[in-house]
Design a protein around this ligand. Structure first.
Ligand code: CUK
Ligand code: CUA
Ligand code: CA
Length: 629
């Protein structure tokens, strides 16, 4: 409520606009036509009307539902966040490459089955969330995301919004750019390893000349590695096309340098285009090698290989985006004020050596300083973030192509100030054929003075822009914790979530297998099974009680507690916390979850339900009695 009053009271006066007020005013600059191209003069009345209009656009009233799901990368926080758009309300967090105290991710056996029991990193750095596709449209089944920090890729099931697979990518370091095959379906998850390393990387050679990196394909169904392609230079961001045949990636370090100056030495780096068909054929024909202990097929895409083409583009490009009409790959200049537009239907000729590399470039519009990422409205316009200018530049692709061909056009439609230093932006459904041009999210890296100060570490600022009309209108500022590199929006009807677990859900298949070995039915059991120094405690939960309220173990026993939540009412989740044992987990309706820990010193330890489930939730607990060994 305060926010609205402030917005209204920050209407610009005829004169004496303070800096603070001016910044408040720019929050709605788009709404009143004051764009980066020059501010329009406005009356108090038109300002108030614009404010109302913007508020109405993002206002999702109590009990109303958002139109879109937004999946936000949690950056070096390692998780995925689910937001409703346009309200920008956070709906859920999905732990992925992190440890989560509430759900027990990284603590339970089920999550360790996904994370790996022996080699669980506590951190992650995710950047690029992407949703599985069927014929160029989101199918709503899975979301995939990279971990740059520990060279992994995760898959999240969107029916329960939990991570179900994590794959460690061999032979390379630091998975960054990640995209999915769009057509005919997401058979592959493609991902870029950013840094070059020697092979073998065993201390026998540290030279950069002998270092290289690879482009990777993971089978999306099994999450097993499919193949890898060695490349020249390094790899940054990528995207795939709408034929299923090509994918392209930016390279900012064609120099293969380990110094900042070194990476900026060449005037041009490149976009490397991969011929997926040819790579698949070579792998099928056995024309590959393997590296070290890894059995993953590796083909060599360096130099004048048949698998790749290296198209020179201006210095240190960053984002790479496919237009939703399937016509273009657009590489974002970063150190160049331009974007390079590559026409995809020229790639057949390029791979057949009928045309030159630069013949595939059909436009190179000059947009502003620090172009990083481009997104699309499905109406022929592109929206590129300008990091240094702190703006989003809306431009028309067809006009930019005409201009490149010598016909002068005003291809820039609008520049809108954003706050501040934007990285990714993402328009609704932009990565699919259904790009609907309604909303644009801009992920600004700096928030500076946009929010109440919270000390030296600032939140970022995820801004929502209405792009449904001719002009972009900034309608919402959303503070976000470290660090949403990227996000993806999907219509709410494109995802079907489960209300409660199915009893045969694969996430607890191993708990069921163990119970069967012990002759126990998870749904009925409240029993303790001793197996040497291993103790398995099977219990059920029905609000507000566990089926077992006391069990005995010995000091040092390896105790596994399996809780099966028999409640089948939506939203009645229970928790299980064993006091002073570092144990906490979620058990949602009809779910089984388990956790293994070592019984502490002799004495009494209470366990309790940590998820508020009932009026008598506080009373839901029990005691573990630990005896002398
Ligand atoms: S990268 Cu972060 S702003 Cu990892 Cu997609 Cu460009
Ligand atoms: Cu069960 Cu709280
Ligand atoms: Ca470079």
């Amino acid at each position: 409520m305060k926010k609205r009053e402030e917005l209204e009271s920050s209407a610009p006066e005829e004169s004496g606009l303070s800096r603070r007020k001016f910044l408040g005013a720019t929050a709605l600059a788009g709404a009143v036509g004051a764009t980066g191209l020059g501010g329009a003069v406005m009356t108090r009345e038109s300002w108030a009307a614009a404010v109302k209009d913007a508020q109405n656009k993002v206002h999702v009233g109590p009990g109303e539902l958002d139109e879109y799901y937004g999946f936000w990368s949690g950056g070096h926080q390692g998780e995925v966040r689910v937001l409703g758009v346009p309200s920008m309300r956070e709906l859920m967090r999905i732990p992925v490459f992190n440890v989560d105290s509430a759900t027990g991710w990284g603590i339970t056996n089920e999550s360790k089955d996904v994370l790996g029991h022996d080699n669980t990193y506590l951190n992650g750095d995710c950047h690029h969330p992407h949703i599985s596709m069927e014929d160029g449209r989101y199918d709503g089944k899975y979301l995939f995301i990279n971990d740059k920090a520990n060279t992994r890729v995760a898959r999240i099931r969107l029916d329960i919004m939990k991570t179900d697979k994590i794959t460690h990518i061999p032979n390379v370091q630091a998975i960054h750019g990640l995209r999915l095959q769009k057509v005919p379906r997401t058979k592959y998850v493609f991902c870029n390893a950013e840094f070059v390393i020697p092979h073998p990387n065993d201390g026998s050679d540290y030279s950069l000349e002998n270092s290289y990196t690879m482009w990777n394909a993971i089978d999306a169904d099994t999450m097993e590695m499919a193949w890898q392609v060695i490349v020249d230079g390094n790899l940054d961001n990528m995207d795939a096309d709408y034929t299923g045949k090509y994918a392209a990636s930016t390279c900012y370090n064609s120099e293969k340098s380990a110094t900042l100056e070194g990476t900026m030495r060449n005037d041009r780096d490149w976009v490397v285009v991969f011929n997926v068909e040819r790579i698949e054929a070579a792998v099928k024909a056995g024309k590959f090698k393997t590296i070290g202990d890894s059995e993953v097929p590796v083909v060599d895409g360096r130099g004048d290989s048949e698998f790749t083409r290296y198209i020179p583009v201006p210095k240190n490009p960053h984002g790479l985006n496919t237009s939703p009409d399937g016509k273009y790959f657009i590489a974002n200049g970063k150190l160049s004020p331009t974007c390079s537009v590559i026409q995809i239907d020229k790639l057949d000729d390029l791979f057949d050596d009928k045309i030159e590399l630069r013949d595939t470039i059909v436009a190179e519009p000059e947009l502003g300083l620090g172009p990083l990422h481009t997104t699309f409205d499905g109406r022929g316009n592109a929206y590129t973030t300008l990091f240094i200018d702190s703006q989003v530049c809306k431009w028309n692709i067809a006009d930019a192509i005409k201009d490149y061909n010598g016909e002068k056009t005003n291809y820039i439609r609008q520049k809108l100030d954003v706050h501040y230093q934007p990285g990714h932006n993402h328009a609704s459904l932009t990565e699919s054929r259904d790009a609907d041009g309604k909303w644009l999210v801009v992920l600004s890296k700096f928030s500076k003075d946009r929010f109440l100060p919270v000390g030296p570490l600032h939140p970022e600022n995820d801004q929502l822009i209405d792009i449904s009309g001719e002009e972009m209108k900034l309608v919402h500022d959303g503070p976000a914790f470290a660090e949403p590199h990227d996000c993806i929006l999907i219509r709410r009807d494109q995802i079907k979530t489960k209300k409660i677990y199915d009893r045969d859900d694969p996430s607890f298949a191993s708990a069921r297998a163990q119970a069967e070995k012990d002759g126990i039915t998870l749904e009925g059991a409240n029993e303790v099974v001793r197996d040497g120094n291993k103790v398995r405690v099977y219990m059920t939960s029905v609000a507000p009680q566990y089926g077992t309220t006391e069990f005995k173990v010995k000091e040092g026993d390896e105790v596994t507690v399996y809780v099966t939540n028999l409640d089948s009412i939506e939203d009645v989740s229970h928790g299980f916390v064993m006091v002073n044992h570092g144990v906490s987990m979620e058990i949602s309706p009809q779910q089984t979850a388990s956790v293994t820990f070592t019984a502490g010193k002799p004495g009494v330890y209470w366990y309790y339900c940590s998820w508020f489930c009932h009026a008598l939730h506080m009373e839901m607990g029990g005691r573990m009695l630990v005896e002398k060994a």
